[in-house]
Structures are given as C-alpha cells and as structure tokens.
Write a protein that binds this ligand. Structure first.
Ligand code: IMP
Length: 189
C-alpha cells in the first residue's frame, strides 16, 4: 500500500478540534437531523455537499443518518487565491438530482464571510425546494460580512485559517483527521 501523503506539519500552529471531538459532534448533528426529518416524504432528504471542503464531513454525517436521503454535490469557488476573499462566488459544478419540491439540506464545511452560503441559499430558493436548511461544521463569526442562517452548526472557531477534515490550504491538508489552525505567517504572506 502507498504511504499517506506527506504534510508540512511545520505550517500547523495547533490542533483546535481533535478527531474524537469532531466525531462526537457529527454524531449529535446526525441524530438531530434524523429526528427533524423523520416525517419527510418518501422522496426523503437531499443532502447537497459543497465541494471540495465538505466531502469528509458529508460522508461521516450521511452514514449516521437514520432517515432516507440522497447525496449530491455542488462545486463553487469563492476565493481567487490563498485566504483573500473577493466576495465573488462562481458556480463550477451544479447538482444532478432535481431538487424542486424536495427537502434540501446544504452541507458546508465552514462559513467565513458568509458570501458562499448566501449565494447558495439564494440559488436554491429560486429552485422551489419543499424546504431548505443549512448544516455547517465550522463558523468563524468574527469574519462575517453577511448574515446567513445556519440551522445545524458543529463548532464556532476563532479567526484563524483551519485545515483538516476536508478543509485545505492550497489544496493541502484535507485528509488530516483533526482540524488544525495554521500559523498566521503561512496564510498572511
Ligand atoms: P465564505 O464565502 O467567506 O463564507 O467562505 C466559505 C468558503 O471559504 C468555505 O467553503 C471554504 O472553502 C473557504 N474557507 C474559509 N475559511 C476557511 C478556512 O479557515 N480553512 C479552509 N477553507 C476556508
């Protein structure tokens, strides 16, 4: 078997959320979502994961749901490079499952300025879903530029660039099982 990709651990400042803490919270979120959607129609729930950052969170969450559900993905881009937000959101890949008249739950890794989630909510509202909610693993409230509703939230974190559990920096660190903050000099260059 191939060895795991090598990460440059010298870029990491500290672990903010360890594997056990994340897994416990994901289990709690899945239980709440399962209870809330227990009465959903037989078409069930459509989980829309936002690529790439939400792929691990969505995989763990979906496998713990006890209600019928479909899995789909959408890909967006909200940053030109590094950690500099432009506020502009671009749709790169759309969902394939029709969502009109269905219960949609947007699954996002992190809400920072809020521009991405605001765009998604507006976009899905226009498609006439039966209901629309959001499930977000991490939120950085200090960085918010626009107010967005988060129905299911994993954790609030401080204003640091985090990696791991799906989240990246320059497409690295996604497969770490924990969430770590990078050293400020790494992302504020
Ligand atoms: P927003 O539009 O500013 O809320 O940013 C949302 C997107 O920015 C997320 O889906 C992530 O892709 C990315 N992002 C924001 N903060 C971080 C971070 O600390 N680590 C990794 N990605 C982040």
């Amino acid at each position: 078997m191939k060895s795991r990709p090598k990460h440059d651990f010298s870029a990491i400042d500290r672990i903010l959320l360890d594997e056990e803490t994340i897994q416990r919270r994901v289990t709690e979120l899945a239980a709440r979502i399962s209870a809330d959607y227990a009465g959903a129609n037989e078409d069930g729930l459509v989980l829309v994961g936002v690529l790439k950052g939400a792929f691990i969170f969505l995989a763990d969450l979906a496998r713990r749901l006890t209600v019928p559900h479909h899995v789909d993905f959408i890909a967006l881009s909200s940053y030109n490079r590094g950690a500099v937000s432009t506020g502009a959101v671009r749709l790169i890949m759309d969902t394939r499952i029709p969502v009109t008249g269905r219960h949609v739950l947007i699954v996002e890794d992190i809400v920072d300025t809020g521009y991405t989630l605001e765009y998604l909510i507006r976009n899905f509202r226009a498609r006439g879903t039966a209901s629309l909610r959001t499930c977000v693993l991490l939120s950085k409230p200090e960085r918010r530029k626009v107010d967005v509703p988060i129905d299911y939230l994993g954790f609030e974190i401080p204003d640091v660039w985090v990696v791991g559990y799906g989240l990246d920096f320059a497409d690295l660190f996604r497969t770490l099982p924990y969430i770590a903050g990078l050293k400020r000099e790494v992302y504020e260059k």
